[in-house]
Design a protein. Structure first.
Length: 580
C-alpha cells in the first residue's frame, strides 16, 4: 500500500470510529487519496459522502450538515484556490461554534516555493478562525504512523466538538500527499511495516471525555427581569423564563422561541415609548442576539443589570454592560431551577402588550394589497409542522420571521427543559457572521440529515442568487426534501429600511444599495432541473407550502419600493397599541 492511500484510509476509519457520519468532497487530483477512502466508506454504509463541484458550496453544505446533526463534518478539497474558497464557511463556523473539519490536500514540502502548479502557502490559511491547525506532514512508510494519524484525528474531532474547553468550532488539517495519489490495484496493505488497524470492536483510538464544570449562579427573583435569547441559545432560555415567570424575547434561531412566555414582535414593543420597557431592571442573555437595534440598546442601558449565560469561553456583550457571566443560572428558592411560575403582574403586563402588538401587526399586514416579506415569513412559519425544520437567510428573511411569526406552542416534556423532537420545530440560520453567502447550501445540508419532518428555507433573492450553485447536484448525490421559498424584491430590500433608504439618498440608492438584477429565477431553477412554482396570493402560497417532497423552489415577487413605508406603519401601529 502506498503511503498516501494508507494515511487516507486510516483517517477515514478513525473519523468513523469518532462519530463522523457525513462528509463532503470537492473533487481534485491532490485530494484523490481521501476521495477514494471516503467513497469506500460510503459503499460500506459508514460515512455518507456528498460531492459538490464548487468548494464554497461544499463548505456551506458541510456547515449545514454539522449544524443540523450536531456532529463534526469533514469537508475535503484539493490545494490552491480550492482551499481559499472554504474560508467563508470556516469563518461562519468559527463565530457560530460549528464543528467543521477542513481537510485540505497540499503538495509535499519539496514542491512548495518552487513554482509548482496549484501550490501556495496553506499553513494556518484560516488564521485564528480555527480552533486547531495541524500540518500533518507527508505520510511515510514506517512504523508509528498509524498511532500518530489515529490520535491526531481523535484530537482534532474532540477539539472541533469543544470536548475539553466547551468551545466548538472548525479545525484545519493540511495534508501533504506525494504521488502515487491513487490506490495500488489489488493492494491488501500487507506490505506495510505495521498494522493499520484501529482499536478492537470499532473503539476510538483515544477516549476523550467531555469537560462538565458548570456551577449554577443563583438569581434574586426581585428585579423586574426579561430573558433575551439570541442565536444558539437553546431551550435553557425558555426553561429559565418559565420557571421564573419572566417574559422571553427569543430570536427565531435561538431554539427557545416557543411556549407561553415567548413574545412575538418584541422588537417593536422595545422600540415603543412604553413604561414596560423603562421599567426593566435586569436582562438575562443567552446565545448571540444580533437581529435588532432595540435589543442592543436595551443591553447598553446603564440602569439595567445584564447577566450573560454562556458555556463557551466567549460571550455576547456588545453594550459592554455585563454585570455577571455564568455557565448556568437558576432562580433562588427553586430546587435546581425546577417548577413553573404562574404569571405575576410583571409577566402579565408583557403578555398583554404582546397580544396587542401581534394584533396590530396582523391588521397592518392584512391591509396590504399584495404579498409582503413579513406576511410570507408568517405563512412559512405557520406551515412548519411539529418535527419540521426551517432555515432562514440572514438578511430580511430572519428579521421578517422575528417580526411577524408567532412563537410556536412546543411543550416542555420534563423538568430538564427537553422538548419532544416530534413537536419541536428547529430554525437554523448562519448568524455567526450573518452573511447571505452559502444559505442554500447550508439549508440543503441541514435537510439531508433532518429526519423528523419536512424542511423549508426562507431566503431573499440576493441570497438565492449568491448561492445558486447549490442547486447543481450530481446524478449520484442524495436529493433532500426541501422547499426553498424565495422572496424576490429584485435587489437589496433590507437597505430600504435602513439609513441608506431615506428619501435624501433616493437619487443614488438603487444603484449603490438596491442593486436590481432582473434575473428570472424560474429560468435559473429550470437550468438545474429544479421544480419551480411562482405564487401570487396567500392561497397559492399555502398550497405550494403544503407539498413537501423533493427539492423545490417557490418564488414570491414583492415590491421593495413600499417596504420602508410598511415598516413605518408597523412601528406606529404597535406603538399605538402598546402605549395607547
Amino acid at each position: 500500500m502506498n503511503p498516501s492511500t494508507a494515511l487516507a484510509q486510516v483517517f477515514v476509519d478513525e473519523m468513523w470510529r469518532n462519530g463522523v457520519r457525513e462528509a463532503v468532497l470537492a473533487p481534485g487530483s491532490r485530494s484523490a487519496p481521501l476521495a477514494f477512502a471516503l467513497h469506500a466508506s460510503d459503499a460500506q454504509g459508514r460515512i455518507r459522502l456528498h460531492v459538490r463541484i464548487d468548494e464554497r458550496a461544499a463548505g456551506f453544505l458541510a456547515l449545514g450538515l454539522a449544524k443540523a446533526s450536531r456532529r463534526p463534518v469533514p469537508v475535503v478539497c484539493t490545494s490552491g484556490t480550492a482551499a481559499a474558497n472554504l474560508h467563508p464557511a470556516v469563518l461562519e463556523a468559527h463565530h457560530a461554534g460549528v464543528p467543521l473539519v477542513v481537510l485540505t490536500a497540499d503538495r509535499p514540502p519539496e514542491l512548495r516555493g518552487v513554482g509548482a502548479n496549484q501550490t501556495t502557502d496553506q499553513l494556518k490559511l484560516y488564521g485564528t478562525a480555527v480552533r486547531m491547525f495541524h500540518e500533518v506532514g507527508a505520510p511515510e512508510r514506517r512504523a508509528g504512523q498509524n498511532a500518530y494519524w489515529r490520535e491526531l484525528i481523535g484530537r482534532a474531532l474532540a477539539i472541533a466538538r469543544g470536548f475539553r474547553d466547551r468551545d466548538p468550532g472548525p479545525v484545519h488539517l493540511n495534508v501533504a500527499f506525494r504521488e502515487p495519489l491513487v490506490p495500488d490495484v489489488g493492494d491488501t496493505g500487507e506490505d506495510w511495516p505495521e498494522s493499520l488497524e484501529g482499536r478492537p470492536n470499532g473503539a476510538r483510538w483515544t477516549r476523550i471525555e467531555r469537560a462538565t464544570t458548570d456551577r449554577i449562579s443563583w438569581l434574586d427573583p426581585g428585579p423586574r427581569t426579561i430573558v433575551v435569547a439570541g442565536d444558539g441559545a437553546d431551550v435553557q432560555a425558555r426553561w429559565l423564563a418559565e420557571t421564573a415567570g419572566w417574559p422571553l424575547l427569543a430570536e427565531p434561531s435561538s431554539g427557545a422561541r416557543s411556549g407561553p412566555n415567548a413574545l412575538g414582535p418584541y422588537r417593536l414593543i422595545l422600540a415603543s415609548d412604553s413604561d414596560l420597557v423603562r421599567q426593566v431592571e435586569r436582562v438575562v442573555v443567552y446565545g448571540w442576539p444580533t437581529l435588532s437595534r432595540p435589543v442592543t440598546q436595551l443591553l447598553s442601558r446603564d440602569d439595567v443589570e445584564v447577566v450573560v449565560v454562556s458555556r463557551r469561553p466567549a460571550w455576547s456583550d456588545p453594550g459592554h454592560r455585563a454585570y455577571r457571566v455564568s455557565g448556568a443560572v437558576a432562580l433562588e428558592g427553586t430546587v435546581d431551577g425546577a417548577g413553573r411560575r404562574e404569571p405575576d403582574e410583571w409577566l402579565s403586563a408583557w403578555l398583554e402588550a404582546d397580544q396587542r402588538a401581534r394584533a396590530a401587526v396582523r391588521k397592518v399586514l392584512a391591509e396590504e394589497p399584495e404579498l409582503t416579506g413579513p406576511l410570507v415569513a408568517r405563512e412559512v412559519a405557520a406551515a412548519v409542522p411539529g418535527g419540521g425544520l426551517l432555515v432562514a437567510g440572514s438578511s430580511n428573511a430572519i428579521r421578517d420571521l422575528d417580526l411577524a411569526a408567532d412563537p410556536w406552542t412546543n411543550r416542555l416534556v420534563d423538568e430538564s427543559g427537553r422538548i419532544d423532537p416530534r413537536d419541536h420545530r428547529r430554525v437554523l440560520a448562519n448568524r455567526g457572521l450573518a452573511g447571505i453567502d452559502g444559505t442554500l447550501s447550508t439549508a440543503i445540508g441541514a435537510a439531508l440529515v433532518h429526519r423528523t419532518g419536512p424542511a423549508f428555507a426562507l431566503v431573499g433573492d440576493l441570497a438565492f442568487l449568491h448561492d445558486s450553485n447549490a442547486l447543481v447536484r450530481g446524478a449520484y448525490e442524495a436529493r433532500p426534501d426541501l422547499t426553498i421559498v424565495v422572496v424576490n424584491d429584485d435587489g437589496g430590500g433590507i437597505f430600504t429600511t435602513l439609513e441608506q433608504g431615506a428619501p435624501a439618498y433616493e437619487d443614488v440608492f438603487d444603484r449603490l444599495f438596491g442593486t436590481p438584477h432582473g434575473v428570472d429565477i424560474g429560468t435559473l431553477a429550470a437550468a438545474t432541473r429544479t421544480p419551480y412554482t411562482l405564487v401570487r396570493t396567500r392561497q397559492e402560497l399555502r398550497a405550494a407550502l403544503s407539498r413537501s417532497r423533493g427539492l423545490r423552489v417557490v418564488e414570491v415577487r414583492t415590491d421593495r419600493s413600499r417596504l420602508r413605508e410598511l415598516h413605518e406603519r408597523l412601528r406606529a401601529a404597535v406603538a399605538d397599541a402598546v402605549v395607547g
